[in-house]
Design a protein around this ligand. Structure first.
Ligand code: URA
Length: 215
């Protein structure tokens, strides 16, 4: 896992498989079907890294030969929270890793000033849970910061929230860390900059449109 001296809580998943698949996703002629599949594959690999330090406890397990103290994940239950709509593209892969996870939804759109406007929030109860907020593109950081705000206003501690994106702009990471210094952020790539329309450069275009085949 790579780090960046500017962002102490940013984890860049620099695994060769992730980087190769991301390069395929960036290509403008990659089909909707391939884009979607690659996003799921990357989400699976990133989910593996994001959960690396989840706590383990030990329980007796009876094998055909003996009983022994076996490691099991018995910590806080996970909640996956896609930011609609692009976050949906990473959700199924995380559910494959954590089939009993709950799924919350936060629906935001960006107004003409690139500010997030909330149109839907549906979350499970927040007690004793770890929240994984997912949105493929961490661009200005406004939507990400707002989504984390929504969770914190419901009483979720920052230490129980992780943010996962595919591609981030330095401007977005800076803003998110400024608003939520206690948040761990996982990305596959930290790109160069945002353009005047708040698109990440080099980026991959509009993730939602490319996942769902819309314009
Ligand atoms: N949202 C996207 O889908 N792409 C970007 O580059 C920025 C925000």
């Amino acid at each position: 896992m790579q780090t960046d001296y500017r962002f102490p809580r940013l984890h860049i998943v620099d695994h060769p498989l992730v980087q190769h698949k991301l390069s395929l996703m960036r290509a403008k002629d990659t089909s909707t079907r391939d884009f979607r599949e690659l996003l799921q594959e990357i989400a699976l690999l990133m989910g593996y890294e994001l959960t690396r330090d989840f706590p383990i406890s030990y329980e007796p397990v009876e094998t055909p030969l003996t009983t022994f103290s076996a490691p099991v994940m018995k910590g806080k239950k996970a909640v996956i929270v896609p930011v609609l709509r692009a976050g949906l593209g990473m959700t199924d892969a995380l559910l494959m890793l954590m089939p009993s996870a709950r799924v919350g939804h936060i629906g935001l759109y960006r107004d003409e000033n690139k500010q997030p406007v909330e149109y839907l929030v549906r979350l499970p109860d927040v007690v004793d849970r770890t929240f994984i907020v997912v949105d493929p593109m961490l661009a200005t950081g406004n939507s990400a910061a707002h989504a984390v705000d929504v969770l914190k206003k419901r009483g979720v501690e920052g230490e129980n929230i992780r943010f996962m994106a595919l591609v981030a702009a330095p401007e977005g990471v800076a803003h998110l860390q400024e608003c939520h210094p206690d948040l761990e952020i996982f990305v596959a790539a930290l790109d160069d900059h945002l353009d005047e329309n708040a698109y990440i450069v080099p980026g991959l275009g509009d993730a939602g449109d490319r996942i769902f085949g819309t314009k």
